[in-house]
Design a protein around this ligand. Structure first.
Ligand code: ADP
Length: 210
């Protein structure tokens, strides 16, 4: 699949360590008309574990590691095609809210021909103990296996530092904005929305009468 610049999907990226609140914010944004929330972790978790991909996901995520890039990007591309074919996601009028993908620089490169990232929201939470606290809470409430063990939690944070955080250097500085993720969810949302209003792509899309 190769798209011209105008066919590339407009997107914003939520970037942050596990527990930073990407899923919480992404779900809220995805409920706003003209936004579509794609959470790669949720898509992986919805896979039938009898399939090869479903098994791969369990194998890697239970160790706190990333699923190999080609599986991840292929799954994303297939999901996008399905969502477009069923008109659930409308690439010409919806802003894609990417949550959990791209998750390393290689994935950024692989997605470059398909999406235009208009803003990277870095949900920053330097207090690792707060992230760990949120993950432990989530393990209980959402039955997340990958949040249940201390070793896996540490692995996931390390994977974030080593593989995902360098994404911030891949995109130009002016595309990246730091959001203090230790604040209340409502205040984090407020800060994201304030920045969103200033984006040309948001102004264009929200002005469209459909
Ligand atoms: P969190 O929201 O806590 O950061 P996710 O729910 O996004 O975690 O992801 C859970 C797991 O799914 C990851 O630890 C990883 O194994 C796998 N995963 C999700 N997205 C990707 C991706 N883009 N590339 C590789 N693996 C991924």
């Amino acid at each position: 699949m190769s798209e011209t610049e105008t066919q590339k999907k407009p997107a914003i990226l939520l970037l942050g360590a596990p527990g930073a609140g990407k899923g919480t914010q992404g779900a809220i944004l995805g409920n706003i008309p003209r936004f579509y929330h794609y959470a790669s972790g949720d898509v992986f978790r919805s896979l039938d574990t009898r399939t090869e991909l479903g098994r791969k996901f369990v194998e890697y995520s239970k160790r706190g590691e990333l699923v190999p890039d080609h599986f991840t990007i292929e799954l994303w591309a297939v999901q996008m095609e399905n969502l477009i074919a069923t008109h659930v996601y409308k690439p010409d009028i919806d802003i894609l809210v990417l949550d959990g993908i791209p998750r390393n620089v290689e994935q950024c490169k692989m997605l470059e021909e398909h999406v235009t990232i208009h803003q990277v929201f870095h949900l920053s939470c330097p207090d690792r103990s707060e992230l760990e606290r949120r993950m432990r809470k989530r393990a209980l409430k959402e039955h997340r296996l990958d949040d249940a063990s201390e070793t896996v939690i540490q692995n996931r944070i390390q994977t974030y530092e080593a593989a995902t955080k360098p994404i911030l250097d891949f995109y130009p500085d002016e595309l990246c904005c730091d959001i203090d993720a230790s604040q209340s969810p409502a205040k984090v949302l407020y800060d994201i929305l304030a920045r969103l209003q200033t984006l040309g792509v948001y102004q264009e899309i929200s002005a469209m009468v459909v």
